[in-house]
Structures are given as C-alpha cells and as structure tokens.
Ligand binder design. Structure first.
Ligand code: A2P
Length: 269
C-alpha cells in the first residue's frame, strides 16, 4: 500500500474545509508562520488573501482574512501571523502544531496583484509587520521578474526580531529553483526599525520623503512614469503612503482598472 495518503482521504468530516498543518515556526513572542496543505483544486493569484481560521464555540467557524504568503504554484500554503494574547483567533491559532487542522476558505481576493498595476520599471513593495505576507508570495512569482527590472521589498518594524521573517524570505528566495537566479539580480530588501537600534533606522515614509531610500538603492526619485508601488501595512501607514504618492502624481489601481499603486490593509492586528 502507498504510504502517502491523498489529503482528501484524511480530511475530517467534521471540518470539511480543514487543511493539515505541515509546519509551524515562531519568530519571536509576537509573530509566527505556518504551512498547511493546499485544498484540492484551489487556485489564487500571488498577493491575494483568503479567510482562514478554527472552529469556534457553538460550532461556528472563527475566520479572519490572511494574505497567502506563498506563490500561486506552491503545493502548500504559507501564512504569517501576529499573536494577539486576547485575540479571539490568534490566541488559539498560535498554539497549532503539525497535524492539526486549520479551516481555509477557498475564495481568494485582493488588490495586491500584478494585474492591478500598469507596466513599469521598478516595483516597490512597502510593508510594516505582517503586511509583508502578500509580498512573500509576489517575490516568488515569476511574472514579477518578467514585468519589472527592479523589485524592492521595504519593511519597517518597531524591533529587529520582527524583521527576521523577511530576512528568511530573502534567503529562501535566492535558493528558489524557479526565480532565484533572476531575483539575485533584480530583488533587494530594505529593512528598517523605528524603536530599536539597527543598521537602518526610520519610518519608510520619512525615508522616501527625504530621498534617502532611493539614494541608498541608487535608484531615481519616485516617478509615476516608471515606479509601481504596492502598500500593505497599518491604516496609518497606508494613508500616509497614499498621500505621499498622490502628491507625486501616482493614481490608485484596481483589478478592473490598473494604476500606478495599490494598497491593502494588513489584516489581523
Ligand atoms: P513607529 O515606531 O515610529 O510608530 P505598528 O506596530 O504601530 O503597526 O507599527 C509598525 C511599524 O510601522 C513601526 O515601525 C512604526 O513606526 C511604523 N509606522 C506606524 N505608523 C506609520 C506611518 N503612518 N507611516 C510610516 N510608518 C509608520
């Protein structure tokens, strides 16, 4: 008999859209990532999000929006989450272990997709904290490197340990059989902290305004003719980035009408 059971054969009838937890990694006391089996036939575009969760009390599932942190072609789905001590979902989700089941609803959606951007030269992916998750998907998407000459992942966090997941994504990217070689010449990560000393400090918005970000990377100042921007952070960061870009002549894109930048709120907080 084949030792590997097809996933649908082990699905619990009590949890029809439950997926098996395949690995869990805790990055610090506030952040963790995990991988689950991919639902059969599930399709999504890199950068989209889905509702995931656990069975709640009274049998009703407790679901929250999570960006998929793995590319569309991956056999598994990765998610990156904050741990909120009294959060209804994350207080429980942070305790999952290999073999447990997590509900994954298979209706992907979202605006942080390549289709929502006009062609350009440099793709900026701007995030805070868990907002890096959709970019974890897009940075491993071959189309990202077909469409852009430069791909920059900018992440600002309060503390250094919050940047560890992004650093690990970067390492894994360079080993990626599909995009590793192209990423080595096109992709760069620009990580900053605001409340703990590190090699690079300051809010990403301030570093854009001052011209420091572009200068550090040897790129020209933000220009709607050449730059495309994806934003995923807190409400405050998203609004400041929108203001900053619109003052420079950028217009917001959507699935139905591609533009020069797109924005989505990092969900679970
Ligand atoms: P700061 O420490 O200066 O507030 P949070 O945990 O509050 O969501 O913040 C995550 C990171 O995003 C922090 O480094 C924080 O910097 C930064 N941040 C918060 N609000 C903004 C904003 N409006 N513009 C740029 N960066 C921001």
């Amino acid at each position: 008999m084949n030792a590997v059971q097809p996933l649908h054969a082990v699905a619990s009838p009590a949890l029809p859209d439950g997926q098996t937890v395949l690995s869990v990694r805790h990055w610090d006391d506030r952040l963790f990532s995990f991988r689950v089996s991919r639902p059969a036939g599930f399709r999504f575009r890199s950068g989209e999000f889905v509702m995931i969760g656990l069975p709640g009390e009274n049998g009703k599932p407790l679901l929250r929006a999570y960006s998929i942190a793995s590319p569309f072609w991956d056999e598994e789905l990765e998610f990156y989450s904050i741990k909120v001590p009294d959060g209804p979902l994350t207080s429980r989700l942070q305790k999952i272990a290999v073999g447990d089941r997590v509900i994954v609803r298979t209706k992907p959606t979202g605006t942080l997709v390549l289709d929502a951007l006009l062609p350009g030269r440099t793709l900026w992916m701007v995030s805070t904290g868990t907002g890096v998750a959709p970019f974890a998907s897009l940075m491993r998407e071959p189309e990202t490197y077909e469409k852009f000459e430069n791909v920059i992942l900018a992440q600002t966090c309060r503390r250094k340990s919050e940047l560890d997941y992004g650093a690990d994504l970067h390492r894994r990217l360079l080993d990626d059989p599909l995009v590793g070689e192209e990423a080595a010449s096109k992709f760069r990560r620009y990580a900053t902290t605001t409340r703990e000393p590190s090699d690079r400090m300051g809010r990403i918005t301030d570093l854009i305004e001052s011209g420091r970000l572009c200068a550090d990377l040897g790129l020209p100042p933000f220009d709607p003719a050449e730059d495309r921007v994806m934003i995923c952070g807190s409400m405050a960061l998203n609004l400041d980035m929108k203001r900053l870009l619109e003052a420079r002549g950028f217009s917001e894109g959507a699935n139905s009408r591609p533009g020069e930048y797109v924005v989505e709120r990092a969900f679970v907080d």
